[in-house]
Design a protein around this ligand. Structure first.
Ligand SMILES: NC(=O)c1ccc[n+]([C@@H]2O[C@H](COP(=O)([O-])OP(=O)(O)OC[C@H]3O[C@@H](n4cnc5c(N)ncnc54)[C@H](OP(=O)(O)O)[C@@H]3O)[C@@H](O)[C@H]2O)c1
Length: 238
């Protein structure tokens, strides 16, 4: 596996002196984490993002030691065991990687007085509630959603200063591994693109003057949406 971004290495601090908020970021080498690192750095924050090898989040003592060492103002918890099938086949690891890890991070945040932000997902819902209010009860329909809903509850119940940030269908460049640009979009990302494109294609068909647009929309749809990609992701959790 390739190295995490420079700022994701343990102890690396961005921008030398004159830094703003100090952020301890879990999952800094991941898709979302590497983008958070990019944004935080541009805003002048100091990012400390230990790798998985440095700190296994399922080990509460290791997390506490590392967070005490870093003395962050805030912790953003973006790490996840990203294995859709694994969540079903290894329930102990799934529980530890989601719920125990979140509890470890929250307890460590409490110990140093840091605000903790859990990156969560719209998959805590079943897909029929949109637009959901923040306090709508979750209704997850698969293991990933259940584990994320439970992790959210850990933050609600335990964090002295906590926030849950639900994000959805993230697309773009994996900043730690730019070569895998399209890989993370396979599945849900392509599905979203096809849904967004479909109404505009239908509108174009209604107007004879816009056949060229229709053809263009179809090409975009076809190039973004291989038939094999329009399926529930089997090997990744989104
Ligand atoms: N991507 C999306 O479209 C999307 C949508 C909605 C919500 N989210 C949420 O965003 C968060 C990040 O997702 P992602 O797509 O960025 O995942 P990702 O690319 O697979 O990154 C996961 C990160 O977590 C680390 N990690 C895994 N297990 C760990 C452990 N036990 N201890 C320490 N680090 C560990 C991984 O390190 P290694 O690779 O070294 O194991 C990696 O850095 C998740 O909470 C997910 O629910 C993502």
């Amino acid at each position: 596996m390739s190295a995490p971004p420079r700022s994701a290495r343990r102890g690396f601090r961005t921008n030398g002196q004159d830094v703003g908020v100090r952020i301890y970021l879990t999952g800094a080498s991941g898709f979302v984490g590497s983008n958070l690192t990019y944004v935080f750095e541009r805003r002048g924050a100091e990012v400390i993002g230990p790798s998985h090898a440095d700190v296994d989040l399922t080990d509460p003592d290791a997390v506490l030691r590392s967070v005490r060492d870093a003395k962050p103002d805030a912790i953003v918890h973006a790490a996840i065991w990203n294995a859709f099938a694994g969540l079903l086949s290894d329930r102990r690891k799934a529980w530890d990687s989601f719920v125990v890890a979140t509890r470890s991070v929250v307890d460590a945040a409490n110990a140093v007085g840091a605000h903790v932000v859990l990156i969560s997902t719209d998959w805590v819902f079943d897909g029929t509630q949109g637009p959901a209010a923040e306090d709508d009860p979750p209704n997850p329909i698969q293991t990933y959603g259940v584990l994320k809903a439970l992790s959210e509850q850990v933050v609600h119940d335990r964090a002295e200063r906590g926030t849950v940030a639900r994000i959805a269908g993230v697309q773009g460049v994996h900043r730690a591994r730019p070569a895998t640009l399209r890989e993370q979009d396979a599945g849900f990302g392509y599905l979203v693109a096809s849904v967004v494109d479909a109404p505009s294609a239908a509108r174009s068909r209604a107007s004879p003057a816009s056949r060229a647009c229709t053809a263009h929309a179809r090409r975009r749809c076809a190039s973004r949406t291989p038939a094999s990609a329009i399926s529930w992701p089997r090997s990744s959790t989104r």
